[in-house]
Every structure is written in C-alpha cells, then in structure tokens.
Design a protein around this ligand. Structure first.
Ligand SMILES: [Zn+2]
Length: 216
C-alpha cells in the first residue's frame, strides 16, 4: 500500500467519522499533510493532533506554532528555522512522528482508565496506526505520553510498553538530546536515553522504547 493511500484511508474512514462530534472534533481548516516517512526512522508517537493541525501543519505566521514540534525539534537539536519550521530537516534526519488518534480529540483522555483508553484506541490503532508503522518499518519507537504508550502496548504486547504505561513524559524535563542506543542494533526491548547533553548522569532518564526488526 502506498503512503498516500494509507493517509487517504484515514481521512475518509467511515468508522472514525461516526464518532465525529462525540469522541473526535474536526480540524479547523484542513487535514495535516503528513509526508512520506524515510524508512528505518526513529518514530515518535504522540496522542492526537490539535484542531489547528498541530505537528505537521505549519501554523499561520502570526499564530503560535505547535508546542510539541517546537519542543521536540529543540530536544533533537534539529533547527526549526525556515518556512517549514524544520519539518523537512526533522524527517531527513531520520525522525518521524505519528499520532495515536488520527483526528483531534473532543474529550480528554489524560486521566481515563487504561482499559477505557484501550477501547477508544482499538480502532485507530488496529486500523490506522498499524498500517502506518508497518509502512514505516521504524528503527525504534518512542512513546510520548500515556495514550501513545497504551497504543504501542496494543501493537506490541510483549514489549516494555505493556508494562510501563505511566512513565513516559519527557517534554517538561531538562533533557538535552536523545542518544539512540536502539537505532543500529535492532534489539527488542531496548531503550532510547535522554541525557542532559553533558554525558553525565544528571537529568538522565530512560524511556520505554521499542526497536523493530523488519524481518520479525
Ligand atoms: Zn478509522
């Protein structure tokens, strides 16, 4: 399946549309244009796009840019200058980002029980996220937050995501950059490390991460 076809299927999904107005909200202007990922990228998974399009949508010149994009690119030391605010550099540096829910959420899923969260995630994950991850064949996957971690635990029930649903929020911490210990070794249950950039132990934390072997 081509990347554009997968994206087309997501946009026109009848099953998702049925929940428009209850679980999902519409994008204010247009759907984000999610470009074709580079194979073997390090994949970040977040929760859901905001109504203005979020990470993959460059907001208007006078509007505030997407918070997640600004923080993540800074963390990865990818420049967010230029008209595309660093999106091409982000992808060309071997990174990619997908969302657990492909549409903006009308409800808050921050505090709901894991079982309820998994019910909400079931269709988006099994139908949409799975196809995208299969296409991408990422070198490693990193969950940004609890819904993303829950989504990955559903796709990879033997991975560390299935056991550590609560620990994965890093954007507010003082970390400087990610050093990938996973991307070239292709082991399961490995981890990406966030450090403060000095190589020292301060601010160091390990986040649940999964590296995916394409032949498995
Ligand atoms: Zn759907």
């Amino acid at each position: 399946m081509k990347w554009e076809d997968i994206q087309g299927t997501i946009r026109t999904c009848r099953q998702c549309e049925r929940f428009d107005g209850t679980i999902f909200a519409s994008f204010r202007e247009r759907w984000p244009e999610i470009p074709q990922p580079r194979p073997r990228s390090i994949l970040f998974i977040s929760e859901a796009p905001p109504q203005d399009g979020g990470f993959w949508t460059v907001q208007g010149q006078t509007s505030k840019q997407d918070d997640l994009r600004e923080k993540l690119l800074a963390l990865l030391k990818v420049s967010s200058r230029g008209p595309d605010h660093g999106l091409v550099s982000f992808r060309d540096s071997g990174y990619f980002l997908l969302q657990s829910f492909p549409r903006p959420l009308k409800i808050s899923v921050g505090n709901i029980k894991v079982d309820d969260l998994k019910k909400l995630l079931q269709h988006p994950v099994e139908t949409h996220l799975k196809d995208q991850i299969t296409f991408l064949s990422p070198a490693a996957i990193l969950a940004l937050g609890r819904p993303a971690s829950a989504a990955l635990s559903m796709l990879f029930p033997d991975s560390s995501f299935a056991h550590t649903l609560s620990v994965v929020t890093f954007l507010s911490s003082r970390v400087g950059y990610f050093r990938s210990t996973a991307s070239h070794s292709f082991q399961r249950h490995t981890s990406l490390q966030a450090t403060d950039g000095s190589g020292g132990a301060s601010g160091k934390a390990t986040y649940p991460c999964l590296s995916v072997r394409p032949d498995h």
